[in-house]
Every structure is written in C-alpha cells, then in structure tokens.
Design a protein around this ligand. Structure first.
Ligand SMILES: Nc1ncnc2c1ncn2[C@@H]1O[C@H](COP(=O)(O)OP(=O)(O)OP(=O)(O)O)[C@@H](O)[C@H]1O
Ligand SMILES: Nc1ccn([C@H]2C[C@H](O)[C@@H](COP(=O)(O)O)O2)c(=O)n1
Ligand SMILES: [Mg+2]
Length: 245
C-alpha cells in the first residue's frame, strides 16, 4: 500500500544550512498558500496501486538549465522510467484552451511558480493514465507548497530525489543557448527563476536530504559524465523498483 505522509511544519526547517532570511519570508507566505491550495483538492483521488504495484517515484530537482530534462532522457532510455516534466505539462495545458492558460503564461513569463492546485492535478492525471509504474517527476516539487500538496493529495512520497547541483553561471549559459523558443529563456526571467529556485526549491531539497532521500549530482561536465553519476543511483534501486508491490 501507499505510505501515508503528513505535512511538516516549517519550524523544523529553520536550522537548515540552506536557510536564509529570504527563504523564511518566502516559505511562510507559501505555507499559508499551501493550506488553501490543499483544501481545493477534494475532487482529486489519491494514487492507487496498479496491477498490484505501487508507483516508484523519483523527483528530479535542480536549478533552471542544470540539465534535468537532458538526464531524464537518458534515465528513460536506460532504466525504462516514464518521464513527466512539470514544466512541459504546464506548457501543454497553457496552449490547450484551458481556463488556466493565461495564468500559466504570465506565471512562467515572470519566473514564478504556478499554484499546486493546477500542477498536482496534471501530474496525477498523467500518473494514473500511464501503464508504467516507475516515474521521473522532473521540476517538481518546486516549493514547499508543491511538496505538501503532492504528498497530501497522492498519499505518497518519493523513493528517490535527484538533485542536479550546478553553478549559476553554467546554468545561465546553458539556458541562454537552449534555443527551444521558451518564453522564459531570457536573461530577465532567468534571474528571477534563479532567485525563486534558491528561495523556494532549496528548502524542498533540504527537507528530503534530512530524510536521506537526496542524491546530489555534480551537474558540471559532459552529459555522459554526469549520467555516470546518475546510473548507480538507479542501479542500486532497480530491484526495489521492479519488485514494488
Ligand atoms: N552536461 C551538459 N553540458 C552542456 N550542455 C548541457 C548539458 N546538459 C544539458 N545541456 C544543455 O543545456 C540546456 C538546458 O538543459 P535542460 O533543458 O536539460 O535543463 P533543465 O534542468 O531541464 O532546465 P529547465 O529547468 O529550465 O527546464 C539544453 O540546451 C541542454 O542541451
Ligand atoms: N512545479 C513546477 C514546475 C514548473 N513550473 C513553471 C515555472 C517554471 O519556471 C516553468 C518551466 O519549468 P521547467 O521546464 O523549467 O521545469 O514552469 C511551475 O510553476 N511549477
Ligand atoms: Mg527542463
């Protein structure tokens, strides 16, 4: 069965090495927001077992341009996971005539984070409709609001958290040369995304680090060099993922 989890108080995070005054200000705003976001989820069902198996969940985290999507492609090829990029799901929703379209567009353009109510629904819908039971959830949770909403609604927590740790100058260079026509790949939005990453995403990584779930990957190097750090993480849990029941 799924492990049931409960939300964590922000006070337990205050001693973290990652924490700064900015984190705490942002975190308390998001803590208040998360309570109301979670209350709007009454219609979304918790994740269920499929064919007698519980999903094996990996959260893939790291700053903008740290190489999450690139490494996810290699993990899918090598280990047969289903890749769900929260950013891609939101971009797809944005262009699909959704009632949330303009809100998502403006939020992404501003480098901010879309309310969990929207993102968690999109992720859970994809998980429910997939035949796979091994998931890479890329770019999620981006904030404590995301994390708490996902854990409460799905009734699950990740088995593994990958953290692609990359210096800002490398991330900026990669994003500016990405050339995929993304509305947020410009220097002004990147600066905002980096601030949001530090203020809201590092606390999530810290939370899971304290639970012993984080595998830190040095994200500087060639794609293949980086994958050689990723490979043993999945090798080590291959049996666990296969035998999940
Ligand atoms: N190790 C690497 N060396 C050089 N370039 C890389 C490396 N990994 C990824 N890139 C390139 O950097 C850009 C950003 O990579 P990617 O899209 O995988 O990052 P991301 O973490 O998913 O970013 P975002 O959060 O903005 O979606 C892409 O153009 C990709 O081809
Ligand atoms: N959990 C998430 C993930 C993504 N977004 C928005 C904000 C991001 O800047 C944008 C692009 O995501 P990426 O492709 O870089 O992973 O999508 C969000 O609001 N919440
Ligand atoms: Mg990406």
């Amino acid at each position: 069965m799924w492990r049931k989890v409960t939300a964590t108080s922000f006070s337990s995070l205050k001693s973290s090495v990652f924490f700064t005054r900015l984190h705490l200000q942002q975190a308390s705003k998001h803590n208040a927001a998360s309570a109301s976001a979670v209350s709007r989820f009454a219609t979304v069902a918790p994740l269920q077992e499929k064919d007698g198996r519980c999903p094996f969940i990996t959260f893939v985290l790291g700053g903008p341009g740290s190489g999450k999507g690139t490494q996810c492609i290699k993990i899918v090829e090598t280990f047969g996971f289903k890749h769900l990029s929260a950013g891609d799901l939101l971009r797809r929703e944005m262009v699909s005539n959704s009632e949330y379209g303009s809100m998502i567009l403006n939020t992404i353009k501003e480098g901010r984070i879309v309310p969990s109510e929207v993102t968690v629904k999109l992720i859970l819908k994809e998980m429910e409709s997939s035949d796979n039971h091994k998931f890479l959830i890329d770019g999620f949770p981006r904030s404590e609001e995301n994390r708490i909403a996902f854990e409460k609604i799905s009734g699950a927590e990740p088995d593994v958290v990958l953290f692609f740790d990359c210096p800002e100058d490398v991330m900026v260079k990669r994003v500016l040369s990405r050339n995929q026509g993304r509305i947020d790949d410009n220097i002004d939005t990147i600066k905002k995304r980096l601030k949001v990453f530090e203020a809201l995403n590092l606390p999530v990584i810290d939370y899971y680090a304290k639970k012993g779930k984080v595998h830190r990957i040095n994200a500087v190097g060639t794609v293949d060099e980086i994958f050689e750090q990723v490979r043993p993480v999945f090798k080590a849990c291959e049996q666990k993922a296969l035998n999940r029941s």
